[in-house]
Design a protein around this ligand. Structure first.
Ligand code: PLP
Length: 372
């Protein structure tokens, strides 16, 4: 079946036979069982990464509502499995811990990445050592102890793209697909091994749920479940419900917001207060742009658009990466990754394009000296 259909139905295949329409939310923290010997054997299987299904012993091990979201996301990404976490950063941390645990602590990564991803990979906080690379030199930078290649495409916040097919290495390639979503890009079809999402963004889609998810083969998923069970970063069941609901409108939200973003990008390119506009070749609802004048004045002047970090909501959000999403990255590295001090990042929502343009234009007018 096609993607639009799967976005609505994946993870819900059994509901009609259960006599249900909405997905049940299982809030159990524990699962009673009379046979302790059998539970001990099941616990061993869970610790080895096996997904236990409807009675996962304890809420940190697994959850049936979360498992529905995992099945749906794996389906949309064309992956064997998916493992869901409390946030995108918990998901990325589990991937790093999974390779470090196997003695592969070296990471090859391409900038830019989301600021906190850059920080957690580059700081060595979780025991990794990084080589910052380019798509052309990834192969040369691989070592015997390299555990992962990590790229973001389109990248936060410059929207630069990586030719995923061109990364031809024997090491697992992880693509952060948060900005593209499976609607615009399915990295596994392009040769990647692991797909990561901050589900907080487009998958949830309404700015009211935190989550992260990794789509991959069952072998790596098992390693992630082992780590999730030990470190406790599982997604909350209510978040699992909201994310599954978000998936059903994902294609239509992305299509609508992408059209509005294309029109705004076009108008921004002609605006005297804008020096440069950044748009990914694959399209999508994100637009970044360098302003001629003071970026902080734009943030302070918007009235309809929400001045906030994050992205992927029904309302349009604007933020200054140098101050927020990428503030944690040292200035020199930020500039080296193409993130200038005049850059603003716009996450286009579902409002009418004319209302958004009126707000953007009046905010830009206040940001640079000109005769009005
Ligand atoms: N990856 C990307 C591309 C992001 O933009 C973000 C957050 O902004 C993350 C990962 C981290 O996700 P979370 O905030 O859900 O931990």
């Amino acid at each position: 079946m096609e993607l639009n259909t799967r976005a609505v139905h994946a993870g819900r295949e059994d509901l009609t036979d259960l006599g249900l329409h909405a997905v049940p939310i299982d809030l159990s923290t524990t699962y009673p069982a009379r046979d302790s010997r059998e539970e001990a054997a099941r616990l061993d299987r869970a610790a080895a990464g096996v997904e236990l299904g409807d009675n996962p012993i304890y809420g940190r091990v697994g959850n049936p509502t979360v498992a529905r979201f995992e099945r749906a996301l794996a389906d949309l990404e064309g992956a064997e499995s998916a493992v869901a976490f409390a946030t995108g950063m918990a998901a990325l941390s589990a991937c790093l811990l999974a390779v470090v645990a196997q003695g592969k602590r070296h990471i090859v990564a391409v900038r830019p990445l989301y600021g906190t991803s850059d920080h957690v990979i580059g700081s060595g906080l979780l025991g990794t050592e990084v080589t910052w690379s380019t798509v052309d030199s990834v192969k040369r930078d691989i070592r015997d102890d390299t555990g992962l290649v990590i790229v973001e495409s389109p990248a936060n916040p410059t929207l630069s793209e990586v030719d995923i097919r061109a990364i031809d290495v024997d090491v697992p390639v992880l693509v952060d697909n948060t900005f593209a979503t499976p609607v615009l890009q399915r990295p596994i079809e392009l040769g990647a091994d692991i797909v990561l999402h901050s589900a907080t963004k487009y998958l949830g889609g309404h700015g009211d749920v935190l989550g992260g998810v990794v789509a991959c083969d069952e072998e790596f998923a098992g390693r992630l479940r082992t780590i999730r069970m030990a470190t406790g970063g599982i997604l909350h069941p209510l978040a699992g419900y909201l994310l599954l609901r978000g998936l059903s409108t994902l294609p239509i939200r992305i299509a609508h917001a992408s059209g509005t973003a294309a029109e705004l990008a076009h108008r921004l390119a002609d605006h005297p207060g804008v020096a440069r506009v950044y748009r990914p070749g694959i399209g999508g609802p994100m637009v970044s742009f360098d302003v001629v004048g003071d970026p902080h004045a734009v943030i302070g002047a918007v009235r309809l658009i929400t001045p906030a970090v994050s992205l992927g909501s029904v309302d349009t959000l604007i933020q200054h990466p140098g101050s927020l999403s990428h503030h944690i990255v040292p200035e020199q590295d930020r500039h080296g990754a193409g993130i200038g001090d005049h850059l603003l990042r716009l996450s286009v929502g579902l409002e009418d394009v004319e209302d958004l343009w009126t707000d953007l234009d009046q905010a830009l007018q206040k940001s640079y000296p000109h005769e009005s």
